[in-house]
Design a protein around this ligand. Structure first.
Ligand code: GAF
Length: 389
């Protein structure tokens, strides 16, 4: 494979040695269940075949040395295992370093360091979880190089902890879970409250999952994200005097309507309504898929987008344009934003015979309205983070 050869060559150039192991960690696309993970609801993501590759080898000393083919201008970024801190100089390497630090805090001992060269083919900043991909990649390297006896779900939780505590992004578990636990041709139905999950085969006879990238980058995404999270927490604390619940995922629509007037702020009320209804939609959507009712699945996807647009307000002009254009196309079953929102991607289910017209029509209309072109990827549902044998 060309990427692996390239990684091996660059590894030798940078470190004067051959890599001993190659690793892969996917990105993810969430089919439905957005901003429900940290609200104790359900999500329904799958891992995709685009992701992050690494060539790596142990070192004799205490150093972690990281090089990225995507960002060669940062050169080799080096840190000492005895003193891992989040600094500006560590740039993108704060993601792998954060995972190492969090593992250390859990008591894992790393008596020597390693070199790694990475290459990612996920579009940058597109909301397909390039950060979680890199975090789980690092967790896999740690497991392999230090012979760690650690369950995959614990690797997922520690990678999320690294993102929360080392990077400072208050994300839920969706991304690291999808990346780490992915299975070829399956989506994962996860209850983020209990962490119970099951795989659901994606038998999309005659349909494909098409990811459309707005190609728009937004600043303030992390602060807006953290704000949504605290608005939901505020709303939850407002209702405690009328109903004791631990998360919005515990309520259905009727139960929400009974307590909603206790939420003082109307914005917080809308945020909570999204959290409750999106969770209910996700449960219904998975049942629809299992009953082979793809049209209902698509309808619920569309409703999810509207709720993220109107109640949660995390879409924006580019995502709305892509979704609304998709809804007008022949052969489209459903379309919605996926991931955190603001910029990033939509996910659509499209009849195979209509994929070309989907790309052409939406590509033209979006470019005319927004001023730059979107990109399209037909998603291949791949497996989770693994060592390449
Ligand atoms: C981002 C976060 F990282 C996830 O935890 C999740 O909340 C998602 O936004 C929204 O569903 O990807």
């Amino acid at each position: 494979m060309q990427i692996l050869d390239e990684l091996k060559t660059v590894f030798s150039q940078q470190f004067n040695a051959e890599p001993t192991n190659m690793f892969f960690s996917p990105g993810r696309v969430n089919l439905i269940g957005e901003h429900t993970d940290y609200n104790g609801g359900h999500v329904f993501p799958c891992a995709i075949s685009l992701g992050t590759y690494a060539a790596a080898a142990k070192r004799d000393d205490n150093k972690i040395c990281c090089y990225s083919l995507n960002i060669p201008e940062t050169g080799v970024i080096t840190a000492d295992l005895s003193d891992i801190t989040n600094t500006k100089e560590h740039d993108w390497a704060n993601y792998p370093l954060g995972v190492i630090k969090i593992f250390q805090q859990q008591g894992y001992k790393f008596p020597y360091g390693f070199n790694m060269v990475i290459y990612g083919n996920l579009p940058n900043g597109a909301g397909l979880s390039s950060s979680a991909s890199l975090e789980m990649l690092t967790a896999e390297i740690l497991k392999e190089f230090y012979g760690l006896d650690i369950a995959r779900l614990d690797m997922v939780k520690l990678s999320q902890k690294a993102e929360n505590e080392f990077v400072g992004m208050n994300c839920g578990i969706l991304d690291q879970f999808a990346v780490g636990m992915g299975k070829e041709n399956n989506a994962m139905f996860l209850d983020c409250n209990t962490l119970k999950y099951r795989y659901v085969p994606l038998v999309l006879d005659g349909y494909s999952i098409v990811i459309s990238n707005t190609n728009s980058k937004h600043s303030l995404v992390d602060s807006e994200y953290n704000m949504r999270r605290s608005q939901c927490e505020q709303a939850l604390s407002d209702i405690q005097n009328v109903k004791k619940v631990n998360s919005w995922g515990e309520l259905d629509e009727e139960q929400f309507n009974e307590v909603k007037n206790s939420i003082k702020d109307t914005v917080c009320q809308r945020r909570a309504r999204h959290a409750v209804l999106e969770n209910q939609r996700t449960i219904k959507a998975v049942a629809a898929l299992e009953n082979k009712d793809i049209d209902l699945f698509g309808k619920l996807m569309n409703e999810s987008h509207v709720s993220l647009r109107d109640d949660y307000e995390v879409t924006g002009k580019e995502l709305d344009t892509l979704a609304e254009l998709a809804w007008q196309q022949d052969g489209v079953i459903g379309s919605r934003m996926t991931g955190g929102g603001f910029g990033g991607c939509t996910v659509s289910i499209v009849k195979n015979d209509y994929i070309d017209s989907f790309k052409n029509n939406i590509g033209k209309a979006y470019t005319q309205k927004i001023g730059f072109a979107p990109d399209f990827y037909v998603a291949d549902i791949g497996s989770g983070t693994h060592i390449i044998k």
